[in-house]
Design a binder for this molecule. Sequence first.
Ligand code: ZN
Length: 450
Amino acid sequence: MHGSRLSALLVMLGLVGSAHAGPVVVLEGARLIDGTGKPARDNAALVIDGDKITAVGTAGKLARPKGARVVDVHGRTIMPGLISAHSHVGLVTGTANRADAYTREAVQNAALQYEQYGVTSVVTLGLNRDLVYEVRDQQRKGAVPGAQIFTAGRGIGVLNGTPPQPVAPDQVYHPATADDARAAVREMAGHHVDIVKLWVDDNLGKFTKMPPEIYRAVIDECHKHKLRVAAHVFYRADAKALVAAGVDVLAHSVRDLPVDDELIRAVKSRGVFYIPTLSVDESFFIFAEQPEVMNDEFFKHAVPPELITMFLSKEYKDKVAANPAVPKEKAAFAVALRNVKALHDAGVQVAFGTDSGALPERIPGWGEHHELELMVRAGLSPMDAIVAATQKSAALIKAGDRGTLEPGKRADFVVLAADPIADIRNTRQIVSIWHGGREIAPRVPAAPAK
Ligand SMILES: [Zn+2]
């Protein structure tokens, strides 16, 4: 069904909207991971009124409000909805990036897909057309369903350089001067952008980098407007220069060299967030080399069938095998895994993102669950990976109303059939999704139990 007609229908049926007048709901008996990093509590009770959590306690001890609907979730685990702080929408159609892909329908469908995978908030980190602001603002009024969009608007790329995706001219700025860069920031600030994105990178030597006077102007102008700046990075030297210039978020891993004491100290002392996006480097080869990851319905529901056909083709495998960038990406992936562990152990604020939606290989919804698995492979505990994907990512976007399951916070959570602390892959065992206090039946089959 056409996205906007679907939204209109859902509004008519009263299925969308934060001001719904349903009864108070109490979920009783689940193990609760609240997103704060505190150990999970067993036999929890969670009281939901409207779109908010009003009480958290122990089932049998916490009084049920009068008239409450009681939902028995014994044997289940509840965790906060995932928040991807680095994703994209409207850049891919089928098996390819397309400059005409960014439509209102594509944005709304992407939001619905993320929500189906338990991603209840998503930051569309650049390459957006201005229609994104309208979708976001209508969502905040409860008129458009799906994962709640936070957006970096167009973002600021390099003149004759990155980002490399084919996009329409109204999807990214390429400022020639510091003044142009400041004007771009002011224009986005006028749209109440949630965060600003910039690219400094040369894309493994293919382009020229952003001159320092441009990114310094962007960061300075953003801070005048109380906006945070997230930078696409690859190289350690760029990360150091950006952090010294005041950047607030490193939106990818440092992947050329190990992080050193100088960078760790700078990132920590300035409170910079680090989004590892480990999926990015791996996406260049995983589908050719480990096709078994595509075997289950949990994956298949996230992609058009023609994309799986492409990934399984001999032509695709040969292309990956012959791509001279792949060995570099493999090396970068290994460095990225070590760097996130080192930064996390040093006490840096590690948040969560995937770059899903940027390219056909970056799978929205599935990719977020895969990223959690990669963070654990890097050496973070399952609890730490979950905290990054909930509390820390909420803090990154200054969304104090979400990210943890505590009284006063939004009722954004997933009910799982198995405990992700025991095995992080259990985040894929989705029984139901609750978004703004409303239960959403999953159309995506849970991944098979191990
Ligand atoms: Zn990105």
